[in-house]
Design a binder for this molecule. Structure first.
Ligand code: BES
Ligand code: MN
Ligand code: ZN
Length: 494
């Protein structure tokens, strides 16, 4: 979708559809009043109709029948003025593109910038909602569907003096949303395409595009490093493991790097502790943490953020082949700690523990991992929030603030030492699964054992990586969660 900016009077602007935001308290809005006058008083009664009334997520489309150069007006509800937030604006802009898609309108012009005022976050949100909402993954559809893509969106800019600043905020939103789409594409790809080797190729391509470095470690190198936990997971599959190292060094970057780690299980069958069949197809999304890391590095580079950023992606496929690791096996992680495998379906933490240990060599200013780690996190928080754990209050607070600002909310769970009891093994230093209680926390506790002295936070995105129903700015399927959250976090520490 292309976005352009036009300064000028919307009453004189010709387009297939003119989109206007509307609060539940309608009459006071300048644009509604002016449009109503041009429509000879026919718009306000429609604004007030029971099924719309400016309510959030509701819309109303009317034909102008030649009263305006615009052929149609689409009213998008913004809810009550006092409840208005950046996230609601993002949603409203998403709702706009959903309606255009269904109505097969490929072009549209939007007045939503009028509601954004001069707030950068709101201006970005208008662009983000539209870009995020227009995402689709149609690569494998050979026949056209009954919706059409929105290809061109014009934002009408209320004031020519702000044009350049609005333009730069929109350009920033494009950088971020391109990266979200990149992450969503990686997650949407089926497991027979998106293998560890494929993730590594996409990492190399992205790095070349953005002028950053990317190094890919293969099996022999991982053996030399002693990453036996990662290697153990990979043994049940013919797909060889990969360890992807991305490094972006922005101009003006000072000090130690922020290191991001993303779980890259390209398909999680559970291994010998095989998962039940129903719903197993979703486990192609078990590399959503990896996708978020690749996406965040792309966006950081595209935005030229002045910081030093490292992305680490341990990638493997978890299958129950003849060489597979088994319950009862003991593996020695790169850190030297021994791990008793209780459940081969608790494989994510085995990839992450080696990556977190590897991260120590960067002496990170902050170390953040993202992983679709536990089903228990979906039980606790649903798809509304990402689980947050960590060993540093400042880092956790920063991520919570970034969550509020980006709309990708996080919610903290405790890592009290008592939870460590669950992970004690009779024959090794730790075990990889702790039984039916506190599943998300015990996984977080396990990871903490490998985070060393780093300021570390863990984000469990099991519930937020995949959208079941579809929201205005988050279509059904892969959400690309983490990219917007981390970019917001990184911006704040620059
Ligand atoms: N990838 C799964 C977690 C998951 C489950 C994500 C459902 C999204 C939806 C992870 O590897 C896993 O299988 N975790 C186990 C851990 C258990 C065996 C300790 C789980 O949550 O059941
Ligand atoms: Mn698993
Ligand atoms: Zn998994």
């Amino acid at each position: 979708m292309r976005i352009s900016l036009v300064v000028g009077d919307y009453l004189k602007h010709s387009c297939p559809v003119l989109v206007a935001g509307c609060f539940e308290e309608d009459g006071e809005l300048e644009w509604i009043t002016r449009l109503d006058r041009a429509m000879e008083g026919r718009l306000l009664p429609l604004c007030r109709q029971e099924d719309f009334a400016g309510k959030l997520d509701k819309t109303k489309m009317v034909h102008t029948l030649g009263r305006l150069p615009a052929e149609r007006i689409l009213l998008v509800g913004l809810g009550k003025r006092k409840d208005f937030t950046v996230e609601r604006l993002r949603r409203a802009s998403g709702t706009m593109v959903q309606v255009l898609k269904k109505a097969r309108l490929e072009r549209g012009s939007s007045l939503l910038l009028c509601v954004a005022g001069d707030e950068p976050a709101k201006i970005r949100a208008v662009a983000e909602g539209a870009l995020l909402g227009s995402y689709e993954f149609s690569q494998y559809k050979t026949a056209a569907g009954d919706e059409s893509a929105v290809t061109e969106l014009t934002f009408l800019c209320p004031d020519k003096n702000v044009r350049t600043s609005v333009e730069s905020f929109v350009a920033e939103a494009v950088c971020v949303c391109d990266a979200v789409s990149f992450a969503r594409d990686l997650v949407s790809q089926p497991g027979n395409v998106a293998t560890p080797t494929y993730l590594a190729e996409k990492g190399l391509e992205m790095a070349a595009r953005q002028g950053m470095t990317c190094q890919v470690l293969e099996r022999e190198e991982l053996e030399r490093l002693g990453m036996e936990a990662l290697l153990a997971v990979s043994r049940g599959s013919h797909q060889p493991p990969r360890f992807i190292i991305l490094e972006y060094h922005g101009d003006g970057a000072k000090g130690r790097p922020v290191v991001l780690v993303g779980k890259g299980v390209t398909f999680d069958s559970g291994g010998i502790s095989l998962k039940p069949g129903a719903g197993m197809e979703r486990m192609k999304d078990d590399m959503a943490g990896a996708a978020a890391v690749l996406g965040t590095l792309q966006a950081a580079a595209a935005l030229r953020l002045p910081l030093h950023l490292v992305g680490l992606v341990p990638a493997a496929e978890n299958l129950p082949g003849g060489g597979a690791y088994k319950p009862g096996d003991v593996v020695t992680a790169m850190s030297g700690k021994t791990i008793e495998v209780i459940n081969t379906d608790a494989e994510g933490r085995l990839l992450l523990c080696d990556a977190l240990h590897y991260a120590q060599r960067y002496r990170p200013a902050a170390l953040i991992d993202l992983a679709t780690l536990t089903g228990a996190c979906i039980v606790a928080l649903g798809n509304v929030a990402t689980g947050l754990m960590g060993n540093d209050n400042n880092l956790k607070r920063s991520l919570q603030r970034a969550g509020e600002a980006s709309g990708e909310r996080v919610w903290e769970l405790p890592l009290w030492e008592e939870y460590g009891e669950l992970m004690k093994s009779d024959i090794a230093d730790v075990k990889n699964a702790g039984g039916p209680t506190a599943g998300t926390i015990s996984a977080g506790w396990f990871l903490q054992q490998f985070a060393g002295k780093a300021r570390w936070a863990h984000l469990d995105i099991a519930g937020t990586a995949w959208e079941e129903k579809g929201q205005p700015h988050i279509p059904k399927g892969a959400t690309g969660v983490g990219v917007r959250l981390l970019i917001e976090y990184l911006r704040a520490i620059c």
